[in-house]
Design a protein around this ligand. Structure first.
Ligand code: SF4
Length: 444
């Protein structure tokens, strides 16, 4: 009788993904390629033949977390390939962990694959085997990040992303549309458009005309967003700067083609601080622009992030920021106390603000915004809206999001006793209650 051998299992790769949505998107590409070539993805170190760690180098805490993750993977498996933003910082990883097999920067699928191949030959050819056409994603099935460009042409003084990722490189518009279409066909209900500066899409290629399904399409934010709006999924825009041409997407929001939601990282309101920060569009008349947008699209939700305690920020300049909050009435706001990032220009600015002052300002800022947010959410009680269900929690309540809520960073809409709903389902609800951040609703 022929002897049956247990088939040899394909090589298995462990994966640790740290960092921002842009890093997640890089991880998804690498994972997709690994699966395409027949590697197994292992969820534990014990089964992993090699571990890939996708790192973040943005702030010192992220650097530490990345170095710790590499250390742990090395201890457990001895075979580690490092990729991501921290990898782009010369010598940092090699100095801390000389035993790593290879180090690459962000957006380096090919280099990571070459390092994997050097350790473990590929089990099969991706062109002859099966992989879901939408690739492998780390986000739940019903929403996906769509990265439209990489790098940034700005040089904000607190940021080292341009030195890590280089100048803006826009992805071809046809490729972005193809990816978006594939995602929607695979069941994605919400596309989250991300980049370092979404409003700058196409600047590097002079808004070149590309093609999508044989139709000419400009490599430009307005045209891209209008085309995405035809796919039938929610389209949400992140990291937009308040340039004049952003006005063009507001009618698309008012028509319901794109979610009436803009994530604009204003970072400050004092012209002097914005200048020190070297922020893009710092000279634009932001409050006028916000007013005009709201007049054209009353449903518009504005989300933003701010930094308080930037070097040299005076009490008067901080108060200017609080006044701006009062005037702008933003819906969603994140606030960070300034923390120096190794290698950033802003570290050389005079007038470091003491930690205690920074923290006190952050608390005052958040208190003011909490009041604004609570008022704005309360005004929604009694209104009807469509929400997208993310999950059903242990108590049987549905946790959903309205057009005003981006996943992970904004609030949610709870629908009590909704076991019959499913993640990824759109539901019409009436808002019944509100807190500072979240809403409660019932099905209508
Ligand atoms: S816009 Fe400024 S903060 Fe954003 S990535 Fe570019 S340089 Fe950094």
């Amino acid at each position: 009788m022929p002897q049956h051998h247990k088939p040899k299992r394909p090589p298995s790769i462990g994966f640790t993904s740290l960092g921002c949505p842009k890093a997640t998107s890089d991880s998804e590409r690498i994972l997709t390629q690994l699966r395409a070539e027949g590697y197994l993805i292992s969820s534990s170190y014990q089964d992993a033949d090699v571990v890939v760690v996708n790192t973040c180098g943005f702030i010192d805490a992220a650097v530490e977390e990345s170095l710790d993750a590499i250390g742990e993977a090395l201890r457990e498996t001895g075979k580690v390939i490092v990729t991501g933003c921290l990898g782009a910082r010369e010598g940092v990883i090699e100095a801390a962990h000389p035993a790593v097999l290879a180090v690459t920067g962000p957006q380096a699928t090919e280099a990571v694959m070459a390092a994997v191949h050097a350790q473990l030959p590929k089990p099969h050819d991706p062109y002859t085997d099966l992989i879901p056409p939408q690739g492998v994603r780390l986000t739940p099935n019903h929403y996906a990040y769509l990265k439209i460009s990489e790098g940034c042409n700005h040089r904000c003084s607190f940021c080292i992303i341009p030195s890590l990722r280089g100048d803006l490189v826009s992805r071809p518009v046809g490729e972005v549309m193809h990816e978006a279409e594939t995602l929607v066909k695979a069941g994605v209900k919400e596309l989250l458009v991300i980049s370092q500066d979404t409003s700058a899409y196409g600047v590097d290629v002079k808004y070149r005309t590309g093609f999508w399904n044989g139709r000419p399409l400009k490599t430009r934010m307005t045209e891209l967003v209008a085309a995405l709006g035809e796919l039938g999924a929610w389209v949400r825009l992140h990291y937009v700067y308040p340039y004049p041409h952003v006005d063009e997407v507001i009618p698309l929001m008012q028509d319901g083609r794109v979610l009436p939601y803009l994530d604009i990282p204003f970072q400050h309101a004092s012209p002097r601080i914005l200048k020190l920060m070297k922020r893009p569009a710092a000279a634009e008349k932001t409050l006028d622009r916000i007013q005009a947008w709201r007049a054209a699209c009353p449903e518009l939700t504005l989300r933003s992030t701010f930094i308080v305690g930037f070097p040299g920020e005076t009490e008067a300049e901080f108060e200017e920021l609080l006044d701006f909050l009062d005037e702008a009435q933003l819906d969603r706001v994140g606030c960070f106390a300034y923390s120096p990032v190794a290698g950033a220009q802003a570290n050389e600015l005079p007038g470091a603000v003491p930690e205690a002052v920074k923290e006190a300002r952050r608390a005052r800022f958040m208190e003011k915004q909490a009041e604004i947010s609570a008022r704005r959410l309360e005004a929604k009680i009694g209104r009807e809206m469509t929400v997208l269900v993310d999950e059903i929690d242990e108590e049987g309540d549905a946790v959903a999001r309205s057009p005003a809520d981006a996943p992970e960073i904004d609030g949610v809409v709870f629908i009590p006793d909704a076991e019959n709903l499913k993640p990824g389902e759109f539901v019409k609800v009436r808002i019944t209650d509100a807190t500072e951040h979240d809403l409660w609703a019932e099905k209508v």
